[in-house]
Design a protein around this ligand. Structure first.
Ligand SMILES: *Cc1c(COP(=O)(O)O)cnc(C)c1O
Length: 450
């Protein structure tokens, strides 16, 4: 299940629920109290809330104007206009990065980074099993071997204690993912990478404005990759960016994303630096991003304030474990609000039933990712003729034996996610999320028998 799905989950509005909310608006706090005491909405009772959470994306005349300007200029390609370059400069400045290269999307930012770093067939790349599939797909596109590092159950991030044992002489990159906008443990990962001289590609596709010890996530690895796909905290429908401190790397990235062609002054310069692809951002994407960026800091602050408050409420509920953050994570971007649901504290009620009950109370939620390291497609790729030609049979056998991520298996069974747009709501919205969870917890016995 991917995060996208939950964006389209509207809280159920039954006629009864709607009338209840309307009368409660006049009765003030009466609603929460009466709904909390009523039977569970999934069993026919009154839902805790019926209002929708904030919608996403947010835009106004600023975007309308910016978009129309580009349209009317006729300059829709970065080679003709100035918007992509303006965005690159603004995003580098915002994050404190030396260089920024805009790309078509986050997948191409990762793909370009791997190519610029020379990761290719026969190489191995350390990846987490708990991420969006793009993190793995880009490794497979290079005919390299994704080696899965088990998750830290409490944080949902790559467990740094597992990295050392998985490094071989073929390990050519580590891709820590700052999942949900919380940070992977860079204090542990970066020194290991340095020791073995392995480049680090930060997958910061969910971590806009997130910080590690006061520095923006995506600026601490050799490259940092961002996505501006529709669900992400900075959004232009599709879009991506690479941050790096290395001039050499940014030029390699530029050439790769531009069909092997470097920066040039003429469209008629047909000299090639390397092989590549066309992964360029359009002027339309860039102008939208520049406009969206005017709200980025304010939205990040709202999400963080709300999420912290929500954590203070949820951590008091038996069986609810909000994801822990590493001490170095000085700012969480909260692309996802992640927690673990322990059914033992909910009369043994399965997570799927809990999620259904929570949605019925008016709180959209999902169970998050399934274990990527167990995806059947992965086995098909690794047993394909191409992979068998590149990797010794013995290496592929060892990969299969090593491919055990028990902490992640458990995480995938226990996780519950709320999406970033919900964190753009009010304190009262957070109160209602906690109220709904508390209500289900209090009546879990009835749910177990239903
Ligand atoms: C969204 C995402 C990507 C891919 O970005 P796209 O812009 O959709 O290509 C990669 N990694 C993670 C962790 C993501 O969340």
């Amino acid at each position: 299940m991917i995060a996208l799905e939950v964006y389209h989950v509207k809280p159920p509005v039954s006629r009864r629920g709607f009338l209840g909310a309307a009368s409660a608006a006049t009765a003030g706090a009466g609603l929460a109290a009466s709904a909390a005491n009523s039977s569970l909405a999934v069993l026919g009772g009154k839902p805790v809330r019926t209002a929708a959470f904030p919608s996403w994306p947010r835009f106004n005349k600023l975007e309308e104007h910016a978009w129309t300007e580009v349209l009317r200029s006729g300059k829709w390609f970065r080679g003709y206009g100035k918007q992509v370059e303006r965005f690159e400069q603004a995003y580098a400045q915002l994050t404190g990065a030396r260089h920024c290269l805009a790309t078509a999307n986050g997948t191409s930012a990762l793909f370009t980074s791997l190519n610029a770093l020379g990761v290719g067939p026969g190489d191995e790349v350390l990846v987490p099993p708990y991420t969006f599939v793009a993190t793995i797909n880009v490794v497979l596109l290079q005919h390299a071997l994704p080696v899965f590092v088990d998750s830290d159950l409490e944080t949902s991030q790559m467990d740094p204690a597992r990295i050392g044992a998985l490094i071989t002489e073929r390990t050519k990159a580590i891709i820590p993912v700052h999942l949900g906008g919380s940070a992977a443990d860079l204090d542990s990962i970066l020194p290991i990478a340095r020791k073995y001289r392995i480049p680090v590609i930060e997958d910061a596709c969910q971590a806009h404005m997130g910080e590690w010890r006061g520095r923006k996530m995506g600026t601490l690895g050799d490259t940092g990759c961002f996505s501006f796909q529709a669900s992400k905290n900075l959004n232009s429908g599709e879009g991506g960016a690479i941050l790096t401190a290395s001039e050499d790397l940014v030029e390699k990235c530029y050439a790769f994303h531009n069909n092997g062609r470097g920066r040039k002054t003429s469209s008629y310069d047909f000299s090639y630096h390397a092989s590549g692809a066309n992964l360029r951002m359009t002027e339309f994407q860039a102008t939208l991003l520049i406009a969206q960026m005017t709200r980025l800091e304010e939205q990040a602050k709202t999400r963080e304030d709300n999420a912290r408050y929500l954590t203070s409420l949820l951590k008091e509920i038996p069986g609810i474990k909000p994801a822990r953050m590493y001490a170095g994570c000085t700012r969480n971007a909260y692309h996802l609000y992640m927690l673990r649901y322990l059914k033992e504290q909910f009369a043994g009620v399965q997570r799927a039933t809990f999620l259904k009950a929570l949605r019925a109370e008016g709180v959209p939620c999902s169970g998050g990712y399934d274990p990527l390291n167990k995806e059947p497609f992965l086995k098909n790729v690794l047993s394909s003729p191409g992979y068998r030609a590149i990797f010794p049979a013995e290496r592929l056998r060892r990969w299969e034996q090593q491919n055990q991520c028990p902490a992640n298996d458990r995480l995938c069974q226990e996780a519950v996610w709320f999406t970033q747009n919900m964190m753009l709501g009010t304190r009262a919205d957070m109160d209602q999320i906690a109220e709904a969870v508390r209500k289900i917890q209090a009546q879990a016995g009835k749910l177990a028998k239903a």
